[in-house]
Design a binder for this molecule. Structure first.
Ligand code: FES
Length: 113
């Protein structure tokens, strides 16, 4: 079943989508260094990078749909691991090496710059 969001839902989500943060942290997305708000999920950080596309992607934001899967290596990890970007809080120095097709499509404009 597809969830249809009303314009009001979207505008309230756009108004205050981020958890409070004081600093931006550097992470890498497919080799590109970007700055994103600390204390926020990786998917929220993707929204920070691409506010025009992520809110309109097919994301459930609550660990059901799996459309937000990524593979990432954390600073203390030897190997990368799969994770859900709607669940995992972005961490300075993390390197995201793979994106789901839905994320790739949404982030294409940002990663092309
Ligand atoms: S957005 Fe649906 S599982 Fe993460």
């Amino acid at each position: 079943m597809e969830i249809v969001r009303s314009p009001e839902d979207l505008s309230s989500q756009m108004a205050e989508p981020f958890r409070p943060y004081e600093h931006l942290v550097k992470i890498k997305v497919l080799g590109k260094t970007v700055e994103v708000p600390e204390k926020n999920s990786v998917l929220r950080c993707f929204q920070f990078l691409s506010p025009e596309t992520i809110p309109y992607g097919r994301f459930c934001w609550n660990q059901d749909c799996q459309y937000c899967r990524i593979r990432a290596k954390l600073p203390d990890d030897d190997e990368s691991r799969e994770m859900l970007s709607c669940k995992f809080i972005a961490m300075a120095g993390m390197e995201i090496t793979e994106l789901s097709p839905e994320l790739k499509a949404c982030l294409r404009p940002v990663l092309r710059k």
